[in-house]
Design a protein around this ligand. Structure first.
Ligand code: HEC
Ligand SMILES: [Cu+2]
Length: 493
């Protein structure tokens, strides 16, 4: 090497060294600068974030989300969620007994920022039949809070946690049988915003996908009970957004104006299927992959696993009906995974000049089949003979018992004992009445198999207990006992 070159090299190295010094002086050090680099902070550092003040958190029903956190400091947040079991529409003419967080599927949206200390109260409505709990994927701790939140009908529980990882997280019920609670709609999203909040946008929406398993085929009319075997086989009749076939279309369609920036908080409750989430007629400018801190750009379809989420952002450039689908496309057109975001405003021929056809995305296969004389809609008879009680009891059974003991009375292995040909049932009538009135727990043996679980007390009248037990005793080869309201009354304390 010539001397001249050596001198240049040494000079160059000097400059580099000075640049390096400047760089380190300005990048390390003060707290505020550290906070901006939130991606690189550890959960441990987040756990040490101080909280300033407290407030009652707003929870919202889908497709709405609470106001952004913006620049606020970490706080103590009080929130309350009520679990409600209720019948609601799955599709035109089809109803389903949903189990919900806050009365909707998906459940209420929870919005926090990293470092918030959450005091979470969960209430199980007294009219509910089952115990429930909540496992929040944003929670670091035993079961995501499941143990601490296990709550019987008519009770409430409060537990507390600090959110220490920014991101979009699923929450769900984790009470046995877990799959069944999730399949009945017990899931929602909790957002943990980074310090300083997510960048502002014009519109934010809350959408969740879920798969449902019913006794009847897609579209079969009437109240459809949950079908355990189809769930185990991962063969859903319905795959839907926001809880039902019409959850995000018709009068439930989302709306926006051209030019607006849009953010969708998208989650997948499952219980089984992963979603190939796609918006027909748009490209996601940004995807927060898996709801975490990594951002991908210019994405057509994003894969969202069961129990996972993603944040999607785009600008609605032209007026159109954007169609939200699971691009596993039979689910969209034959099972309900289809939603609409109606964008109105000025045409923009520079972006799109083609003819817009209407109605090409109408779901096929939506023809409603008729069920032969529904067994589920029997009027309660006035004069109650044994056969009247059996009839009325069957209706009651489909509301209060089938979820656990199944419509054929065979129960679910290792979880719910059979009522069909049950030696336990046939041996002692008073014991069965007591089980309904006061609940049943501890180890029992039914037909040679041991069960050790909890049956919650059923909130039923003497009349209803008499009817449902008469139905049970007169079905599935049981001993044919007629249970009267007087017998039930005498067991009440
Ligand atoms: C939350 C789910 C659940 C619901 C709803 C439920 N049960 Fe049970 N039931 C159970 C469990 C669990 C047991 C076993 C309890 C144990 O292990 O001690 C049980 C046990 C029983 C037994 C005694 C065991 C047997 O198999 O003979 C009878 C009778 C019974 N239930 C009847 C009913 C009737 C009638 C209804 C509706 C009014 C009903 N149950 C609703 C979960 C439920
Ligand atoms: Cu539950």
């Amino acid at each position: 090497m010539k001397t001249k070159e050596k001198i240049y090299l040494i000079k160059g190295l000097k400059y580099l060294f000075i640049l390096f010094l400047i760089g380190t002086t300005f990048s390390c050090g003060t707290e505020e600068q550290g906070q901006k680099k939130y991606f690189s902070r550890s959960a441990d550092e987040y756990a040490n974030i101080k909280i300033y003040g407290e407030e009652v958190a707003e929870l919202t029903s889908p497709p709405l989300v609470p106001a952004p956190v913006g620049n606020r400091p970490a706080k103590k947040l009080y929130m309350e969620m009520e679990i409600i079991e209720k019948e609601a529409e799955m599709a035109d003419g089809v109803t389903y007994l949903y189990w919900t967080f806050g009365g909707t599927v998906p459940g209420s949206f929870v919005r926090t920022r990293v470092g918030d200390l959450v005091e979470f109260k969960i209430k199980n409505h007294p009219d509910n039949k089952l115990p429930h709990n909540i496992d929040l994927h944003a929670v670091t701790g035993q079961g995501g809070g499941a143990e601490a939140s296990f709550v019987a009908p008519g009770q409430e529980k409060t537990f507390s946690f600090k959110v220490i990882n920014p991101g979009l997280y699923v929450y769900h019920c984790a009470t046995a049988p877990v799959g069944m609670h999730v399949a009945n709609g017990m899931y929602g999203l909790i957002l943990v915003e980074p310090e300083g909040g997510l960048p502002p946008v014009d519109k934010e929406f809350y959408v969740m996908q879920g798969d449902f398993y019913t006794e009847g085929k897609f579209g079969q009319a009437g109240l459809q009970p949950f079908n355990m075997q189809k769930a185990i086989d991962e063969n859903p009749d319905y795959v839907v957004f926001n809880g039902s076939v019409n959850g995000l279309s018709g009068e439930n369609a989302l709306t926006a104006k051209t030019g607006e920036s849009i953010r969708i908080f998208f989650g997948n409750g499952g219980p089984n299927l992963a979603s190939s989430f796609h918006v027909i007629g748009e490209i996601f400018d940004k995807v927060y992959v898996e709801g975490g801190s990594q951002i991908n750009t210019n994405v057509q379809t994003t894969l969202v696993p069961a129990g996972g989420a993603a944040i999607l952002e785009f600008v609605a450039d032209v007026p159109s009906n954007l169609v939200l689908v699971d691009h596993s496309i039979f689910r969209a057109f034959n099972k309900g995974a289809l939603g609409v975001l109606a964008v109105s405003g000025e045409e923009n021929p520079k972006v799109f000049a083609g003819e817009i056809m209407e109605g090409i995305y109408l779901p096929e296969g939506s023809v409603i089949q008729n069920m032969p004389e529904s067994e589920l809609n029997i009027e309660v008879p006035k004069d109650l003979s044994k056969s009247d009680r059996i009839e009325a009891g069957k209706k009651m059974y489909m509301q209060a018992c089938f979820a656990c003991h199944q419509s054929n009375g065979e129960g679910i292995p290792n979880a719910f004992p059979p009522l069909a040909q049950s030696d336990f049932l046939n041996e002692d009538i008073n014991r069965s009445i007591d089980a309904l009135l006061f609940g049943l727990s501890g180890e029992i043996e039914v037909n040679g198999k041991k069960y050790n679980s909890i049956m919650p007390a059923q909130q039923l009248s003497d009349e209803e207990v008499a009817n449902v037990l008469t139905y049970v005793y007169n079905s599935w080869n049981n001993n044919g006992t007629l249970v009267s309201p007087e017998m039930v009354k005498s067991r009440r304390k």
